[in-house]
Write a new protein. Structure first.
Length: 501
């Protein structure tokens, strides 16, 4: 770690609001040369907005930014880059239809006698990549290389403009373990050369494997800056969630196992490259299995694998004891699964359609395009679920986008209940809704399980997970790190998340 006392980049008192809603509240950040600095925080902590202020995407409402002691106020990402602040985003933001060399120098091709000097560009691209220990054909299309190589090309482009600060936003989200280690070797060498690196991630193990310093944000505010060696994982988690691990016991109890009982859903070594490590998991009829873990732990990715929204590279998924390849949501629905997605506004509701139409969607999709669900059947079904779930709406023809978040969530639940699923996957079903609606939805989950439905319950609120689950599978850094029985304490889950991180 560098012994230089002065930060190369310093932010103080940075605030930003959107439509009167504060997103950053007097935040500070110091990046030192020769250090990798982790920016940590839960979803909504303000990390993305802070990066956008840093890189000129958004202008701060107030506060000060200084580069090597001189005030700066970049008006655009290009202006930020010219100052020596380069960013590599989670999704590689390059042109797959251009060559590697063209991507590195796009917009600033070397020229000779008014024409692009292809020989010089290719030679300089090879030199830049050699500094990253990468020897590839720079004249090949970027699309011909895997994501890990594309990530290195993005870093080479960032460094090609004499960067003093390198910002990496979730750079490992699509990489496997070996690729992560190769990336880390490059970042350590860049750090040792004096570069200041801001590393944004959700992976605890990666923070402690790579980073020298940690800044924690929570709800748009600065919680603190710490040397990584002085902030153990349990303390980091406590800083991110805003409290010490609670000792409150869950009310869920283990479901007694019947002799010879076959799980309704069973995963055996199911994995997807860069997204989910090999995972074993089972859910029995009448059981609520909770997935506990911090944001980025792989909970949603695992749910998507089960439901066919993404396809496993290895392992086996068994339904009622029979092996199946679930490579699409329609295949999952045919097997008796339902999924209420994490983002109800983007992936769940169709805001312009009525409550009736939204509730009918999944059942109509299962019947097929030409086997239309009769209108009177749609109405009876919608009225039944509106009453049963207490959905507050003027009538079933009201556009669902006019309902509150809690009532939209209940309507999504009704959509899948209409298909009479054997397994219901609930991904953050209580996010963004009021306390009363949360209570009603969690009570409904327990009722459904009591009637024999298998439920996979995902929530970033660990107290909710321990409350409703008969069993809890704990995830960290895209792998299952253990299981806990129903009735475990919230503290037990956090301790398992933090163990050996």
């Amino acid at each position: 770690m560098s012994a230089v006392a002065a930060p190369v980049l310093e932010l103080s008192g940075v605030s930003k609001s959107f439509f009167g809603v504060p997103v950053l509240k007097g935040v500070g950040l110091r990046l030192f040369p020769g250090e990798v600095h982790a920016l940590m925080g839960q979803n909504g902590a303000g990390k993305s907005t802070l990066i956008k202020v840093l890189t000129g995407v958004h202008a701060a409402d107030s506060g000060r930014m200084a580069l090597k002691g001189e005030p700066i106020a970049p008006k655009s990402p290009l202006a930020s880059q010219k100052l020596g602040i380069s960013t590599v985003y989670q999704e590689v933001n390059l042109c797959p239809n251009l060559t590697v060399a063209e991507n590195i120098f796009a917009g600033r091709y070397p020229r000779k006698w008014g024409r692009i000097d292809w020989a010089m560009m290719n030679a300089e691209a090879r030199t830049l990549l050699a500094k990253l220990n990468l020897d590839i054909d720079v004249t090949r299309l970027l699309s011909s290389y895997p994501v890990a190589i594309q990530q290195m090309v993005a870093i080479a482009r960032a460094l090609s403009v004499s960067a003093q600060v390198l910002i990496l936003d979730e750079p490992t989200s699509s990489l496997d373990d070996d690729e992560v280690q190769r990336l880390f070797a490059v970042l350590r060498r860049l750090r040792d050369d004096g570069l200041a690196i801001l590393f944004v991630t959700h992976f605890l193990e990666q923070v402690y494997a790579l980073c020298d310093r940690i800044t924690v944000l929570r709800n748009g505010e600065l919680v603190g800056e710490h040397l990584a060696r002085d902030l153990p994982a349990p303390a980091l988690i406590a800083a991110m969630i805003g409290r010490e691990f609670a000792a409150k016991q869950g009310t869920g109890v283990p479901l007694p196992e019947k002799e010879g009982e076959t799980p309704l859903i069973e995963l055996r070594g199911v994995a997807q490259r860069g997204r989910v490590q090999p995972t074993d998991l089972s859910v029995r009829a009448g059981e609520v299995v909770g997935l506990g873990g911090l944001l980025g732990s792989g909970r949603t990715e695992l749910a998507q694998l089960i439901f066919g929204l993404s396809t496993a590279d290895e392992g086996e998924l068994r339904v009622a004891g029979t092996s199946h390849r679930v490579d699409s949501p329609s295949a999952a629905v045919r097997l008796g699964m339902g999924l209420c997605p994490e983002d109800r506004k983007t992936d769940g509701i169709v805001a312009e359609l009525s409550v009736r139409e939204n509730i009918s969607l999944a059942l109509q999709a299962r019947r097929g395009l030409w086997n239309l669900l009769p209108m009177d059947e749609q109405c009876r079904m919608a009225e039944r679920f509106v009453k049963a779930l207490g959905i507050k709406t003027n009538d079933i023809e009201t556009p669902i986008g006019l309902l509150s978040g809690g009532n939209q969530q209940k309507a999504l639940l009704a959509r899948w209940l209409a298909t009479q699923p054997r397994l219901l996957i609930l991904d953050e079903p209580t996010r963004g809704i009021d306390v009363a609606a949360k209570q009603e939805i969690m009570d409904e989950i327990l009722r459904l399980a009591g009637e024999g439905m298998a439920v996979l319950f995902i929530s970033s609120e660990i107290d909710e997970v321990v409350r409703v689950s008969n069993r809890i599978a704990v995830l960290r850094d895209r792998r299952k790190v253990g299981e806990l029985p129903g009735g475990s304490a919230e503290r037990d889950v956090y301790q398992l998340i933090a163990a050996d991180a």
